[in-house]
Structure formats: C-alpha cells, structure tokens
Write a protein of this length. Structure first.
Length: 301
C-alpha cells in the first residue's frame, strides 16, 4: 500500500500555494463564475419586493435632474450661456451617478459581505469588482433615457465616430477610477469605519468639483480672469478624471444637439489619455493597499 506522505514528498514545494494567498485582480478573471454570480445577485436583489422595481432606475435620476434644473437653471439662472441646459445637466449627472454608486458600493463591499470573508477563502477583490459592474448595469437605464431625449433633438443626424468613442472612454475612465478608489477605501474601511464618512464627503464634493451644473468656461473666467491665477491651475482642474468624463459625455451627447455650444476644453484628446493613466494609477495603488491589508480582513471583521 502506497504511503500518502511519499506522494506529497515527491511534489516540489514550489507547487504548493500558501493558504489564503491572493493573486489580486488576476484572481477575479480566474473566479469569473463567482463574479457572474455576485453580479446577478446584486442586480436582482436591489429592487426585490419593490412595487416599481427597475422603474426606480429612471425615477431617481429624473427626480435629481428636475431638482437641479428647476433650482439652478430656472431660479438661480445658472443656465446663462449654456444652450440646451437640460441635456447638458443630465449628461453630467449620469456620469456622477455612475461614479457615486460604484465608489460607494465598492467601499462597503467587504464589510457588507463579512460573513463570507470570515468563513470562506475567495478573492476579496471580487466584491469590489462586482459592485462596480452592478453600478454600471444600473447606469444603463439612465443613459438610455438621455439617449431618447437626444434622439428627439436630432442627435442621430449629428453623431460621429468620435462621439461614440467619447462615450466609451468616459465610462471606462469613471469605472476604473471608481474601482481603484473603492479598493483603497474598501480595504481601509474594514479596520477604520471612518472611511465610509470620508467617502460620503468626497461624493458630496464630486458633483460640485466637476462641470456638471456649470461650464468649464465659467471656471476659466473665475480662476484666470477674476482671480488672476495661472493657466496651469485650470489645466490641473481639467485633469480630474471626473471632469474629463463629464466633458466627454458633453462632447458626445450635448454638443451634437447644440449648434451654439461653447468651445471644447483645450487638449481634450490628450487629457483623455492622461486621465485614463491617472485612473489606472489609482487602480494600481488601490490594489497594492488592498493586498497589503486583506490578510487581516477576517480578524478585523
């Protein structure tokens, strides 16, 4: 009878894995069957036992748009100099909504799945990635609503290949950036729950720090014209990945239906590449911090 110990002794030690050792985001691809399960669960359970169901995906952004449009556009007259302000406003809101949901859900994904993390080994990055994908799924009805409005305004006649590329580029920048921040704050949130409050503050600032309710030209007039700050301050503002994603959506949806649109931001193409690199760097930093701290997730939870 063969001794089992002899069989194991014949296997090189390099072939054994350390229990609980993760390969990072690579494991998300290797465990894609579980990723699909988490995404399906996140999508189907969000509106469970809800009368309106998926209608809420249209109602909430529509209500948000109406509040901003009435208060800021009609009452405060922030629409001055911005034709088709409704389309301009909504095309920026959908970008911020995608970032907000993906970032917030990725941050709380580990704590929210504490029972699984404590009992079973699986790549913890799965939770943040699935939260980001679920946010993207809920983002699609908002884009569909925006697209219907633009089609009624003649968008299909003015659309170009660059406009379509701008849509995809904006979505990729936002999702990579949100996932990177979600991994970073999600790992910290396991030990220090203050991270959730910091994320709430960042999301509050995100809407106002990007040209969603106003135009980038107003920022230029205020910083360079009124305050006399150097031009590089404006360029730094435009290198915010959220600012770039919002401007890409304005380029794709608002400009084709607005003959009197103001000039596009300078270096829009180069800034798209630069902000993608920034978002990718954020993802790498978030992954490094996540892998550094994930060894204590089970104990801290």
């Amino acid at each position: 009878m063969t001794d089992t110990r002899d069989l194991f002794s014949a296997v090189p030690r390099s072939e054994f894995d350390i229990p609980g050792k993760s390969r990072g985001l690579i494991d998300v691809v290797r465990w894609r069957y579980l990723l699909r399960l988490l995404i399906r669960t996140g999508v189907t359970t969000r509106y469970r036992n809800s009368v309106l169901g998926w209608t809420w995906s249209y109602v909430r952004p529509a209500a948000q748009f109406l509040v901003f449009w009435i208060v800021l556009g009609l009452f405060l007259r922030m629409d001055r100099g911005i034709e088709n302000y409704a389309v301009y406003l909504f095309s920026g809101i959908v970008v911020i909504n995608l970032f907000s949901e993906a970032f917030k859900n990725a941050t709380t994904s580990i704590v929210g799945n504490a029972a699984l993390v404590r009992k079973v080994f699986l790549p913890r990055q799965l939770f943040a990635v699935s939260a980001t994908v679920v946010a993207f799924v809920h983002f699609l009805p908002q884009v569909a609503l925006l697209l219907v409005v633009c089609l009624l305004l003649g968008w299909i006649v003015q659309i170009s290949v660059l406009s379509v590329l701008a849509i995809f580029a904006g979505m990729v920048i936002v999702m990579v950036f949100a996932l990177g921040l979600g991994l970073l704050f999600g790992a910290i949130n396991v030990r220090y729950r203050d991270a959730e409050n910091i994320v709430e503050l960042l999301l509050l600032l995100a809407t106002w720090a990007s040209p969603v309710l106003y135009s980038w030209t107003q920022v230029e007039d205020a910083l360079v014209g009124t305050l006399g700050w150097p031009q590089w301050v404006l360029e730094l503002y435009l290198l915010n990945p959220l600012t770039q994603a919002v401007e890409l959506f304005h380029y794709a949806f608002w400009r084709p239906v607005t003959p009197g649109a103001f000039a596009i931001p300078p270096n829009l193409a180069w800034n798209t590449l630069a902000t993608f690199v920034i978002a990718l760097a954020t993802l790498l930093i978030g992954q490094l911090v996540f892998r550094r701290l994930e060894g204590r997730f089970a104990q801290d939870l």
